[in-house]
Design a protein around this ligand. Structure first.
Ligand code: ZN
Length: 275
């Protein structure tokens, strides 16, 4: 479970204990929630709940036109990587942010991104934690990310070498005609770090905060899961639903419903279902 699914109702402690009650083993966390309780307390809290942190959100944004602003963002991203390593997360999600203010040069933003990721990667290798590139839906190109396809993410990982991998979030990549080929390519390079699930609703009211519960939309979730398994992925299925609708419901009900949907959609997979 990713904490973002419940972020309006639960802080880290309530989220962790709800997951522990359902005997889940791994959760994905957000830096702001860790900061609220402090790293040491967060570590203890997770350990006591029998949970290990999986994904850590996030390092970034990193793109900025102003050099001073860019340095500030870079330092903040380094801190997030340190915090993720300290808490013992499996990987840190990288987040480029949108085009720098005033810029229309997407190619330059993409070149800068690779350069910045390279510097962050050196730091992450020393800290002993993996970095994760998560392509975001192209509708988010203006304000949130300049990486939208698994092809691009694979290219970046090929360029940068060991220590950086890919998180496949169905919401962002389900539409891509190359999805299967690129999952295969990422699997062959042993770089698939995570699998995020939600669903694409028709119509979608808001590209950021109207994700559907698995099974309520049009994504072939089981089909994509099988592609991941065929590519050798043996990690968990992670539920990450940004949704005003679901944030407004009782979080315990949402958690139970999400688990139920995962069981019906993915059971018969690796046995690592929804943990
Ligand atoms: Zn995601």
């Amino acid at each position: 479970m990713n904490a973002a699914t419940f972020r309006k109702a639960w802080g880290l402690e309530a989220f962790a204990s709800a997951c522990a009650r359902r005997r889940l083993k791994r959760i994905s966390v957000w830096g702001d929630q860790i900061e609220q309780v402090g790293v040491r307390a967060a570590k203890r809290l997770l350990r006591d709940a029998g949970l290990s942190p999986f994904g850590y959100n996030r390092a970034g944004p990193v793109l900025a036109a102003d050099p001073g602003r860019r340095r500030t963002l870079f330092a903040a991203a380094m801190n997030e990587i340190d915090r993720a390593a300290e808490i013992g997360a499996d990987h840190v999600l990288l987040f480029t942010g949108g085009l720098p203010e005033g810029s229309k040069d997407l190619n330059a933003a993409r070149r800068d991104t690779v350069e910045i990721f390279q510097q962050l990667l050196e730091h992450a290798r020393n800290a002993g934690i993996a970095l994760a590139v998560e392509p975001l839906h192209p509708m988010l190109c203006g304000d949130r990310s300049c990486i939208h396809t698994l092809s691009h993410a694979n290219d970046i990982c090929d360029t940068l070498g060991p220590g950086i991998g890919i998180v496949v979030d169905v919401y962002h990549v389900w539409w891509d005609e190359r999805i299967e080929a690129d999952i295969k390519r990422a699997g062959a390079a042993n770089r698939i770090l995570g699998f995020h699930v939600s669903d694409w609703l028709v119509p979608t009211k808001h590209v950021l905060t109207d994700r559907g519960l698995m099974g309520d939309g049009i994504i072939d979730l089981n089909g994509i899961w099988k592609q991941l398994l065929a590519a050798g992925y043996d990690g968990p299925i992670e539920v990450e639903i940004f949704s005003e609708h679901w944030w407004a419901q009782d979080p315990d009900d949402v958690l139970d419903l999400a688990l139920e949907r995962c069981r019906s959609l993915f059971d018969g997979g690796s046995g690592g279902v929804a943990n």
